[in-house]
Ligand binder design. Structure first.
Ligand code: NDP
Length: 492
């Protein structure tokens, strides 16, 4: 059992708060990892001040030197991979294979960002005047706040912290209450990598309290948030009032479109992987299958067969294919949506309740659930459930499929299963999502490829890949006149 501490100004400090929350293994709530104290607003302000005080020296540290520290962090993460994967599974519930995958992605992101430190280039621009030119410089904002959810508690913090640091910002990191152990370990590794004191600060506690305090602090110049749309939009409104930069990656309701000419087994396996992998708790999870009538019966019977065969259990058991829901609140929310689906008249084909069996009684396990004949106006077709629940919408043809797929406030990711190149390109043109996949699941991404969504899913620059540093830098334009004379033309 650990008492998690804040990391402020380079010191591991115990919070003075008397309000505590237990960090429980969602596969077995009798397994307690530790206790967090929900930090006070004053402690959150202390973290911002520490970041503010560290900014000047950090911004003046050459970018390649900053990158070397991030590269060292990547190597430490590699050395600690198995340990962190075990903590992640025990804390969040995903299977060990999924945790190892998350660690691999995090290492790739850190390596990629470390390399970007040597490419923090501006451009030189020709002037319309003789003996003049202009150039641009990328500069850090100052203190940035990074607010993260519980579902990818290693990868998401790493894909925010690494580019923020490389760009020369100092950081206040507020992870989800549900996943303090992984957050603490990431900070320990960054400390070991040689980050100067105050450059990275961790505050543990409630979003409504310290998250609110940090995002509204005048010294915080930019906020990168991943989480629910409701929280993200609120935070965006607050930050806009004081002109702070905001990047939000929020909810999703990702569709797959399944056409009659596709490889049906591939479509079924990929949809199941997208819907039930990570227990459906991915922002990129497949939650709607839009299937043409001609093959819908066969599609649903095959996907139900796969759903019913899934081995549910503790993610630490190598046999397990699907772990628990992260906590009781989320568990109740998923069951609530299953009830809503039934009440709204969708046809539930499998699952629909708490999973029972050996060693499942003390965890938040839900059976993989498939609803058929879901209509686009039903709540289970519109609202994010964030659990292993798939809604099948039957449509007559491609045009109707596109209407159904785009009938959503969200726009993160999507995919199509077809072998018709014309349909593929029409789909790519018409689909309203920030990312899309052809003949593969809606999930997945690579460290060097931009990630993010449109509509109510995404605000601001894309994370990761070539665009990772865009959010964390401001562009300064410099005009150089080497005529040595008073300017005569171009007086506007
Ligand atoms: P929440 O929005 O509830 O929380 C996200 C983070 O925001 C947590 O750290 C939370 O703290 C904090 N927070 C809550 N209220 C405030 C506030 N008023 N001010 C500042 N911070 C606050 O989301 P979940 O943690 O439940 O994560 C699940 C959501 O994340 C899903 O909707 C999912 O789609 C989305 N997500 C999106 C991704 C994307 O890239 N598009 C990727 C992964 C997840 P606390 O834990 O204390 O509540």
């Amino acid at each position: 059992m650990t008492d998690y501490r804040n990391f402020i100004g380079g010191e591991w400090l115990e919070s003075s708060s008397c309000t505590t929350v237990e960090n429980l293994n969602p596969a077995n709530i009798n397994d307690r990892l530790g206790t967090i104290k929900l930090s006070t607003r004053e402690e959150a302000r202390g973290a911002v001040e520490a970041a503010y005080n560290a900014f000047r020296d950090w911004r003046n540290t050459p970018a390649p030197t900053r990158g070397k520290i991030v590269a060292r962090f990547a190597r430490l993460l590699e050395d600690d991979k198995e340990n962190l994967a075990q903590i992640l599974t025990r804390e969040e519930g995903k299977t060990l294979a999924e945790s190892r995958g998350e660690l691999a992605r995090s290492i790739n992101v850190a390596e990629f960002c470390a390399g970007e430190a040597r490419r923090l280039n501006g451009e030189t621009i020709q002037s319309e005047l003789p003996a003049n030119f202009a150039y641009t410089i990328k500069e850090p904002h100052g203190v940035v706040a990074l607010i993260t959810p519980w579902n990818f508690p290693v990868a998401i913090p790493v894909w925010k912290i690494a580019p923020a640091l490389v760009a020369g910002n100092t950081v206040v990191f507020k992870p989800a209450e549900a996943t303090p152990a992984t957050a603490v370990r990431i900070c320990e590794l960054l400390e070991e990598a040689g980050l100067p004191k105050g450059v990275l600060n961790l505050v543990l506690g409630s979003g409504a309290e310290i998250g609110d305090e940090i995002t509204n602090h005048p010294a915080v110049k930019a906020i990168s948030f991943t989480g629910s749309t409701a929280t993200g939009i609120k935070l965006y409104e607050q930050a806009a009032r004081r002109g702070a930069r905001v990047q939000c990656e929020m909810g999703g309701k990702n569709p797959v479109v399944v056409m009659e000419d596709c490889d049906l087994d591939l479509a079924v396996q990929s949809t199941a992987q997208g819907a039930f992998g990570s227990t459906g708790q991915r922002c990129t999870a497949t939650s709607r299958a839009v299937v043409v009538d001609e093959i819908a019966d066969e599609f649903v019977s095959k996907i139900v067969e796969l759903a019913q065969k899934m081995r549910i259990g503790d993610g630490a058991n190598p046999e397990t294919e699907m772990g628990p829901i992260v906590d009781e609140k989320q568990f109740r929310n998923v069951l609530k949506y299953i009830d809503i689906g039934r009440e709204d008249g969708a046809e539930m084909l499998c699952g629909g309740k708490r999973a029972e069996g050996d060693n499942l009684e003390n965890g938040f396990f839900v059976e993989p659930t498939v609803f058929d004949r879901v209509s686009p106006d039903m709540r289970i077709a519109q609202e994010e459930i964030f659990g292993p629940v798939l809604s099948v919408l039957r449509v007559k043809d491609f045009d109707e499929a596109m209407c159904a797929a785009n009938d959503s406030q969200y726009g993160l990711t999507s995919s199509i299963f077809t072998n018709d190149p014309n349909l593929i390109f029409r789909f790519v043109q018409q689909i309203e999502t920030g990312m899309t996949h052809i003949n593969s699941p809606t999930t997945g991404g690579e460290a060097h490829i931009p990630f993010g969504g449109v509509k109510m899913t995404g605000i601001g620059a894309r994370e990761q890949g070539s665009t990772a540093l865009d959010f964390y830098t401001e562009l300064k334009v410099v005009y150089v006149d080497y005529t040595g004379r008073r300017r005569e033309g171009n007086l506007y």
